[in-house]
Ligand binder design. Structure first.
Ligand SMILES: [Zn+2]
Length: 475
C-alpha cells in the first residue's frame, strides 16, 4: 500500500490534534425495529470501546444540543420536518399519503423517538461544524451522523435528515470552500444532490456502482452549471481490497486538495465498506478504511469525521474506535480490553480482523482507467475558484428552553463527565442582532427567506450557497 504523505505537510502527521467528540448516551436506545439492519446501538458499543481503550480522556467529550426545527429547515422542507416531528408509530396509518410522499415506512420506518433521534444526530454534526468554525478543535467527531441519503423532502436509505448537508452549510459560513469525501459503500447521493450546482462544495464519493442502492454515482456525473467538475464519483466493484482502494483514494484526494484547497473537510466514514458487512460487498480491512482518515488528517485542515452505514455492528465499533485513535494520533492495542460488550467480539477479541479471500472484481486496467479519467477531470478545474465576498451570516442560533425543546435541560446530567455543547449555547447570542443571511428570528420572514433561497439555485433539490462569505473580524 502506498504510505507516503502528501504535498502539504512534512511529518505533520505526528502532530497532536485537538479532538472534540460528540456523543449522546441516549442514542443507543433508538430502535428501527425488529430485523432492521440499522442499529443505533453500534454507537454505544463504539463509545464503550473508546472508554475502555482510555481514549475519552484525550479529547473533549461533548453531548450535542439537539438540532431544532429551524436548524433542520435550513435544508429540509418545512412540511417534511413538520411530518417527522409529529408522526408516531401509532398515528402513521392515519396518513398513508404522507408516508408515501416522504418515503417513510419500510427502509425508513417510523419508530419511537424518531424525531429526537434526528435532532440528536444532526445536533452533533452541526455542533461539530461550529466547534471547527470557532477554532475550538482541529477534528470534530460525530459517529451518530453521516446519514448521507436523506433528501430535502424525503427519507431514503435509513436516513431521515441530512446532518451532513446541515454541517456543510454551517462550515460555509466560515469557509470559502468545503470538501466532502464519502467512503461509505453507498453513493453519497443526498449530499451530492444538495451541492450539485455550486463550486463552493466539492463532493467526492467512493462507492459500489452497478445494480446497487441508491443507483446513482456514475463516473460521468460531474456536477452542473457552476458546479461542473465539483462532483466526483468513483464507481467500484465487488471485493475491492485495501491496496486497490488506496490506489485511487490517495492520488485523487491529493489532487483535490491541491486544486480545490478547501478551508474545511467533512469525511463520511460509513463502515459498510468493510469486509464482511451484512449489506456490503467490499473487502477493506479496518486499517485500510482508517488509512483514509489518516490521509485526510495529514493535510491539517479542519476536519469533521462522521459515521454512516455499517451493518455488522461489531466491526463498525472496531472501525470507529480505531479511527478515533487515528484522529488522536494514538496507536491502540489490538488486544481488546474487557468491557460490557466484550462477548460481541469473539472468537478473536481483537480490534482488527482479517479481510476475506473473496475475489476482487476491480482489475488493474479498470482502476487505472478510473484514476486517469478522474485526475483528468480535476485538471480542468481552475486552482481555488475565485469568489465574491459578502458578510458572513450568523451562526446557527442557540437552542433555548422553549416550546419545541422540551427535554433539552433535563437530559443534562450534572454528574456526567461530559461537557455540554457550550458553543451552541453561548455563541449565537452574540449574533442575534445581525440581520444578514438566512437567519431565523422572525418565523414569517424566515419562511419567506428560506423559500427564496431554496428557489434560487437548484430549484427543487439543492440549497443556495452561491454567495461567498468571509469571517467577521475577530476582536
Ligand atoms: Zn452505506
Amino acid at each position: 500500500m502506498e504510505t507516503g504523505g502528501n504535498s502539504l505537510t512534512s511529518g505533520a502527521d505526528a502532530v497532536k490534534r485537538k479532538v472534540c467528540y460528540f456523543y449522546d448516551p441516549e442514542v443507543g436506545n433508538y430502535y428501527y425495529g425488529q430485523g432492521h439492519p440499522m442499529k443505533p446501538h453500534r454507537m454505544r458499543m463504539t463509545h464503550c470501546l473508546l472508554a475502555h481503550y482510555g481514549l475519552l480522556q484525550h479529547m473533549q467529550v461533548v453531548k450535542p444540543f439537539p438540532a431544532k426545527d429551524r436548524d433542520l429547515c435550513r435544508f429540509h422542507a418545512d412540511d417534511y420536518v413538520n411530518f417527522l416531528r409529529t408522526v408516531t408509530p401509532e398515528s402513521q396509518q392515519d396518513n398513508l399519503q404522507q408516508l408515501k410522499r416522504f418515503n417513510v415506512g419500510e427502509d425508513c420506518p417510523v419508530f419511537d423517538g424518531l424525531y429526537n433521534f434526528c435532532q440528536t444526530y444532526a445536533g452533533g454534526s452541526v455542533g461539530g461544524a461550529l466547534k471547527l468554525n470557532h477554532g475550538l478543535c482541529d477534528i470534530a467527531i460525530n459517529w451518530s451522523g453521516g446519514l448521507h441519503h436523506a433528501k430535502k423532502c424525503e427519507a431514503s436509505g435509513f436516513c431521515y435528515v441530512n446532518d451532513i448537508v446541515l454541517a456543510i452549510l454551517e462550515l460555509l459560513k466560515m469557509h470559502q470552500r468545503v470538501l466532502y469525501v464519502d467512503i461509505d459503500i453507498h453513493h453519497g447521493d443526498g449530499v451530492e444532490e444538495a451541492f450539485y450546482t455550486t463550486d463552493r462544495v466539492m463532493t467526492v464519493s467512493f462507492h459500489k456502482f452497478g445494480d446497487y442502492f441508491p443507483g446513482t454515482g456514475d463516473i460521468c456525473d460531474i456536477g452542473y452549471s457552476k458546479g461542473k467538475y465539483y462532483a466526483l464519483n468513483v464507481p467500484l466493484d465487488d471485493g475491492i481490497d485495501d491496496w486497490s482502494y488506496q490506489y485511487l483514494f490517495k492520488p485523487i484526494i491529493r489532487k483535490v486538495m491541491e486544486v480545490f484547497n478547501p478551508g474545511a473537510v467533512v469525511l463520511q466514514c460509513g463502515a459498510d465498506s468493510l469486509s464482511g458487512d451484512r449489506l456490503g460487498c467490499f473487502n477493506l480491512s479496518i486499517k485500510g478504511h482508517g488509512e483514509c482518515v489518516k490521509f485526510m488528517r495529514s493535510f491539517n485542515v479542519p476536519l469533521l469525521l462522521l459515521g454512516g452505514g455499517g451493518y455488522t455492528i461489531r466491526n463498525v465499533a472496531r472501525c470507529w474506535c480505531y479511527e478515533t485513535g487515528v484522529a488522536l494520533g494514538m496507536e491502540i492495542d489490538n488486544k481488546m480490553p474487557q468491557h460490557e460488550y466484550y462477548e460481541y467480539f469473539g472468537p478473536e477479541y481483537t480490534l482488527h480482523v482479517s479481510p476475506s479471500n473473496m475475489e476482487n472484481k476491480n482489475t488493474r486496467p479498470l482502476l487505472e482507467a478510473i484514476r486517469t479519467k478522474l485526475l483528468d477531470n480535476l485538471s480542468k478545474l481552475p486552482h481555488s475558484p475565485s469568489v465574491q465576498f459578502q458578510e458572513r451570516p450568523p451562526d446557527t442560533e442557540l437552542p433555548e428552553a422553549d416550546e419545541d425543546q422540551d427535554d433539552a435541560d433535563e437530559r443534562w446530567n450534572s454528574d456526567s463527565d461530559m461537557d455540554i455543547d457550550e458553543d451552541r449555547k453561548l455563541i449565537p447570542r452574540r449574533v442575534r442582532r445581525e440581520v444578514t443571511g438566512p437567519n431565523m428570528k422572525n418565523p414569517e420572514v424566515q419562511k419567506g427567506k428560506v423559500e427564496q433561497a431554496r428557489g434560487s439555485v437548484t430549484a427543487e433539490t439543492g440549497v443556495d450557497v452561491s454567495p461567498m462569505y468571509i469571517d467577521e473580524p475577530t476582536a
